[in-house]
Design a protein around this ligand. Structure first.
Ligand SMILES: [Zn+2]
Length: 310
């Protein structure tokens, strides 16, 4: 990406610039012709409603750049972006990591900063195994989209600092809780070197206890370039207490392999400075992605023993 397009990422989106122009125009019109104030007010109300609606549409790009699917080059390689939100969780995350390793899959983990800080070894293990730790706020506030700029950015900055220290490299992607964010977020996010990421498919595995249903949502019509969302934090539980994400993940990985695709972490955002791959004193980073094909050890039989006790 050129310096010019990097600069463009820092600027408000065309919609926000148009919106600012609309406000100035409405003020000027009312100053010149005060009887126009009801029309001006209605126009500005509609503009605010549209900006608010865009913030509540997780995949909207009206307010700024938003990764929904993998870039064309990744799709051409047959890659599918695999992401896990809301962890790390000391019970679920190790089991997820074990499954990903066994299948040669890589993923991005959108971690909640305070959960990572509470389990720093586990969070570091995610990075050590060649996955990516990304920013999903410090405390996952349900009302994140309603926070003012100061409180909203404090959530992002605190998580960024904690995750950078744990992983040895700064997160490059940010995902808002449930994808909801306020209209002002894009420019300060870009100034922090963070890019907004959403998805093409969600499993709703925090509310659906059936792994087949969760997996079907993620894999029906699955294609290269899809970005999938599962949760290693707050997973719904099957009868007996088993986290639904574990069995859903096996099915999803089966579908990815069956379609001749490869599960990968989200690539670095376009134009982002690529962080140094080595950690202090450590060996070279493991590859960010690998094909799950022939060299991967055979999978344990479906329904076989689980390393997770309910
Ligand atoms: Zn979340």
């Amino acid at each position: 990406m050129t310096a010019l397009s990097t600069l463009a990422a820092w600027l408000p989106s065309p919609f926000l610039r148009l919106s600012a122009g609309l406000h100035l125009g409405a003020l000027a019109a009312v100053a010149a012709a005060p009887r126009l104030w009801p029309a001006a007010l209605a126009l500005l109300a509609a503009d605010h409603a549209l900006a608010g609606a865009a913030g509540l549409a997780p995949r909207s790009r009206l307010l700024g750049p938003n990764l929904r699917r993998l870039p064309p080059a990744a799709a051409a390689r047959g890659e599918v972006g695999l992401t896990f939100d809301d962890g790390p969780d000391p019970e679920v995350t190790p089991a997820v990591l074990e499954r990903l390793d066994r299948r040669g899959a890589r993923a991005s983990f959108f971690a909640v900063g305070r959960r990572a800080a509470a389990h720093p070894e586990l969070a570091a293990e995610i990075a050590r195994r060649g996955h990516r730790l990304e920013n999903h706020t410090w405390s996952h506030p349900k009302r994140f989209a309603l926070l003012g700029p100061r409180a909203g950015l404090a959530e992002i900055d605190r998580a960024q600092a904690a995750l950078t220290e744990i992983a040895g490299a700064p997160p490059a992607w940010f995902r808002a809780p449930a994808g909801f964010r306020s209209p002002w977020l894009a420019p300060p996010l870009a100034r922090r070197g963070l890019a907004l990421a959403s998805w093409t498919r969600r499993g709703f595995d925090t509310v659906t206890a059936g792994p087949a249903r969760v997996a079907a949502r993620l894999t029906r019509g699955l294609a290269a370039g899809d970005v999938l969302v599962l949760h290693d934090g707050g997973s719904a539980r099957r009868a007996g207490g088993r986290p639904v994400v574990l069995d859903a993940l096996e099915r999803v990985l089966d579908a990815i392999e069956g379609a001749g695709l490869a599960a990968v972490a989200l690539p670095a955002p376009e134009g982002a400075p690529v962080p140094a791959p080595e950690r202090a004193g450590g060996a070279a980073d493991p590859p960010r992605r690998s094909r799950p094909a022939a060299e991967a050890p055979p999978a344990v039989a479906p329904g076989g023993a689980s390393e997770v006790t309910p």
